[in-house]
Design a protein around this ligand. Structure first.
Ligand code: ATP
Ligand code: MG
Length: 320
C-alpha cells in the first residue's frame, strides 16, 4: 500500500485551487495511508507575521476537516510539532550540495523578488525532502511547481542510501487524480495562489457568497464570444469551464453567453463551498477539537518518524 504526503502552507487563505487540486484528491485517496501536513516551517522562509502563521495553521487544519479529510484515516499534522522534521533536515543538509539548492527555480524566483533572502529559503527543498523521507512516503502528489523539489528529494535519498547504506524509501512523484490546475480569475496566465498580491482573481474557500459572485462576475474572458474549451486561445473561459466541471461533476450543456457561463459557475461553486463554510463555522466553535486532532496526528506519525531519524543517525555516524 502506498503511503502519501500532501502539504499545505499556512501562508494565507485557502482557495478553490487548493480544494480541487489537493484537498479533494486527498479525500479521494483516503483508502491508503496518507498524511496531510501543514507546512508551518515552510511558511517562515519568507517575511511572515507570527500571529498570522499561528492562526492560519489552525485554519488550514479546520478547513481540511471541513472539506472531508477524515482524521481517523489521514493523519493531520503541523510540521513543526513533529520535531523529527528538523532533526532529519540537518542530516540531509550534509548530503546536499550548495549548488543543488541554489539552482532550484523557486529559490531563484523568490530570492530575486527583492528584500532580504532568508537562508531557510535556500534550504527549503532540503526540509521538504525531510518531510517526505521521514515518514517513508512513497507517493507524493506534485504539481509542476514542486516537481524539481521532488527530484531533489529523490537525489538526496538515493545518495544517502548509496553512501551510508539503505536508510530511506525513495519517493515517486505522482500527478494528483484531478489534474486540474485552477488559474487566477483576473489573470488566467497564472495559477490561483494564496500568496498572489491581489485577491481579485481568487475564490477563497471561506469567502462570503457575495464576494465570490463578484469575483466570478469580474473574471477575465475574451472577445471571441463563444463558450469553448481552448486553453491557448481562451484561457479565461477555459478556466471557468474547468471550475464548472470540477464543481458540478458534469460538462455544461449549450451555454450561449459568458454571462450564462458565469452564472452556472457561481451556482456550482456555491453548492460546493456552502457545506464547507458551514462545517468550518461549526468546527471553529471549539478550537480545542482541532488542537486535539493535531496532537493525535503527531502521536500517530511520531514512532515511525523517530525510527527513521534513528536509522539515519546511525548510518551517518552519530552515537545513539
Ligand atoms: P502559496 O502561494 O503560498 O505557495 P498555494 O496557493 O500555491 O500557496 P500551497 O500551500 O503551496 O498553495 O499548495 C497546497 C496544495 O494546493 C498543493 O498540493 C498545490 O499543488 C495545490 N495547489 C495550489 N494552487 C493550486 C491551483 N491553483 N490549482 C490546483 N492546485 C493547486
Ligand atoms: Mg504554492
Amino acid at each position: 500500500m502506498h503511503r502519501r504526503l500532501t502539504g499545505f502552507q499556512p501562508t494565507g487563505n485557502l482557495h478553490l485551487g487548493n480544494l480541487i487540486g489537493a484537498m479533494r484528491p486527498l479525500v479521494a485517496a483516503q483508502d491508503r495511508p496518507s498524511i496531510a501536513m501543514i507546512a508551518d516551517l515552510h511558511a517562515l522562509t519568507m517575511e511572515h507575521n507570527p500571529d498570522a502563521v499561528r492562526a492560519n495553521t489552525l485554519t488550514v487544519a479546520t478547513v481540511l476537516l471541513a472539506a472531508g479529510v477524515d482524521p481517523q484515516r489521514t493523519a493531520i499534522i503541523a510540521q513543526s510539532q513533529v520535531s523529527e522534521h528538523t532533526g532529519l533536515h540537518y542530516l540531509l543538509e550534509c548530503v546536499t550540495g550548495f549548488g543543488e539548492a541554489a539552482r532550484m527555480i523557486q529559490f531563484k524566483e523568490k530570492s530575486a523578488a527583492g528584500g532580504p533572502v532568508r537562508l531557510s529559503l535556500l534550504t527549503y527543498p532540503v526540509l521538504m525532502a525531510a518531510d517526505i523521507l521521514l515518514h517513508d512516503i512513497d507517493e507524493v502528489p506534485v504539481g509542476e511547481d514542486q516537481s524539481q523539489h521532488l527530484e531533489l528529494a529523490r537525489t538526496i535519498a538515493t545518495r544517502f542510501n548509496t553512501r551510508y547504506g539503505e536508510t530511506f524509501v525513495v519517493p515517486e512523484g505522482v500527478r494528483p487524480e484531478s489534474a486540474a490546475r485552477i488559474m487566477d480569475l483576473a489573470d488566467p496566465s497564472r495559477k490561483m495562489s494564496k500568496s498572489a498580491p491581489s485577491p481579485a482573481g481568487r475564490i477563497g474557500l471561506l469567502d462570503p457568497p457575495e464576494t465570490i459572485r463578484k469575483v466570478i462576475a469580474r473574471a477575465v474572458t475574451d472577445t471571441a464570444g463563444v463558450v469553448r474549451h481552448d486553453r491557448e486561445g481562451q484561457p479565461g473561459v477555459t478556466n471557468l469551464l474547468e471550475i464548472l466541471r470540477a464543481c458540478s461533476g458534469r460538462d455544461p450543456g449549450e451555454l450561449t453567453s459568458y454571462g450564462a457561463l458565469k452564472r452556472e459557475v457561481t451556482d456550482a461553486v456555491e453548492a460546493v463551498l456552502a457545506p464547507i463554510r458551514s462545517r468550518h463555522a461549526e468546527l471553529s466553535q471549539d478550537p480545542s477539537h482541532v488542537r486535539k486532532i493535531l496532537a493525535e496526528g503527531k502521536a500517530y506519525v511520531q514512532p515511525r518518524a523517530a525510527e527513521t531519524v534513528r536509522r539515519a543517525r546511525a548510518a551517518i555516524g552519530l552515537l545513539d
